[in-house]
Design a protein around this ligand. Structure first.
Ligand code: ITT
Ligand code: NA
Length: 181
């Protein structure tokens, strides 16, 4: 089976391609740029994007919206993760966390699949902490500051793709997809 994944983020695409292979699903990368929608939750943002795309590209397709939620920052950057990464970046998050003892954080991924008539939503989360400094060279985005069981995602390399928010969200999606399509 072949599936179109709409994203501008090559890092997301690489990870999803790896997970999909395990299910015998071939993922095609559709690098289609559109304005990011605003919303109170990742689900709301992802659903708005999927509905917008449904009028513009051929079904079937899948998109994913994700974000980093830092407990001590009341969930920031959350739905603003993309913008925050492009502006203040990892250094900026570390600066906001200077002297902050509670370093708990989570990554969340929301997947929306459009089958031509309906939208299907899947979600995955992983808990970790904000590191004290940037560490590691693998991955993308906030990976160098997100620590999971002692290592940052950027230090974990391939291992990240076994435990991440993206893994969890796409695993439930692919399990559902192989049963239903
Ligand atoms: P698309 O919307 O085109 O898919 P994007 O990079 O703008 O790509 P999002 O809108 O979902 O993606 O924004 C999520 C932000 O969180 C973005 O800056 C990512 O780099 C970051 N992020 C998401 N998943 C991540 C992960 O697994 N590791 C590190 N950073 C991640
Ligand atoms: Na997005």
């Amino acid at each position: 089976m072949k599936l179109n994944f709409v994203t501008t983020n090559e890092g997301k695409y690489r990870e999803v391609r790896g997970i999909a292979e395990e299910y015998g699903i071939e993922v095609s990368w559709l690098n289609y740029r559109y304005d990011e929608f605003q919303g109170e939750s990742l689900e709301e943002v992802a659903l708005k994007s999927a509905k917008y795309l449904a009028n513009r590209i051929e079904p079937m397709f899948v998109i994913e919206d994700s974000g980093l939620f830092v407990e001590a920052l009341k969930g920031f950057p959350g739905v603003y993760s993309s913008y925050v990464f492009k502006t203040i970046g990892n250094e900026g998050i570390l600066k906001l966390m200077e002297g902050v003892e509670n370093r708990k954080a989570k990554f969340v991924a929301v997947v929306v699949f459009y089958d031509g008539s309906e939208f299907h939503i899947f979600k995955g989360e992983v808990e970790g902490r904000i590191a004290e400094e940037i560490r590691g060279t693998h991955g993308f985005g906030f990976d160098p500051i997100f620590e999971y069981q002692g290592k940052t995602f950027a230090e974990m390399g391939e291992e990240k793709n076994k435990v991440s928010h993206r893994r969890k969200a796409f695993q439930s999606f692919f399990e559902w997809l192989t049963k239903n399509f």
